[in-house]
Ligand binder design. Sequence first.
Ligand code: AMP
Length: 304
Amino acid sequence: MSVLVVGSLALDTIETPFGSASETVGGSATYISLAASYFVSPIRIVGVVGGDFPRSAMQLLEERGVDMEGLQVVEDGRTFRWSGRYHYDLNQRDTLSTDLNVFQAFDPTVPETYRRSRIVCLGNIDPVLQLRVLDQMESPRIVVCDTMNYWIEGKNAELRETLKHITVLILNDSEARLLSREPNLIKAAKVIRGMGPSVLIIKKGEHGALLLTESMVFSAPAYPMENIFDPTGAGDAFAGGFLGWLARTEDMSEENLKRAVIYGSALASFCVEKFGIEGLRDLTYLHIQDRFREFRELSRFDED
Ligand code: AMP
């Protein structure tokens, strides 16, 4: 299945307890596309960058089979910038600044050749832009959406409108509580599924992820990692691995959704092992499958 990804392409400034990086390439669309590129090709990207976005990053995306026709380059504009600091508990992150820059005036245009893409992934950007992209598509089969507290708080009504058109919503636990105003995650999932998405994934940082549908709750383990350098992009890498697997297999059964969650978790685990996008540069499909199998062993046990 063909995949369209819309989201941010960014220059991130990150501080973790293990190091820091200034103006390193990031952004939701960048992480999602790189992660998904190990499963399916081409990935079509819709987004915007300024003239200061490194050519080498565009080259890397192209080499990974990402179609850049839908990427607008505003030569005299500044790329979106985000800055964040992680605590010793890496599940805790403070956003220090968000500079929308070229995203402020961004009007996404989906190229004619992209409009029949079967899977659309709405990466974390303004929900108004997410909906504008969706309006230009010709009946996609699956719409995956990611968002964050910035939009849940700042554009709640607009986000609720977008959610009416979503198949799979991916959130972390605190975002799920914020959106539903319900502390219990199982109850929160019911509330959120009532807003539109039939499938909900709640990520719990280094504690795994929950997959919830009308008839099932599946709990995916987290990969026990000794070396986590930078959690930035883990959520997006998860989304990329998840939808990459669905695109490759064209199967939305509950059993296959579970596999997709494990592939998402595998890509997130590779992502956090290195700084920025480094962890997603040089993987192979075999490498990913090995980690998938390790996940299976993590929570397998016999009845007697
Ligand atoms: P994650 O760690 O998966 O939540 O994603 C981090 C990425 O999201 C970073 O590379 C940021 O550039 C990007 N990001 C952070 N805030 C926003 C925002 N408000 N809109 C779009 N992208 C964002």
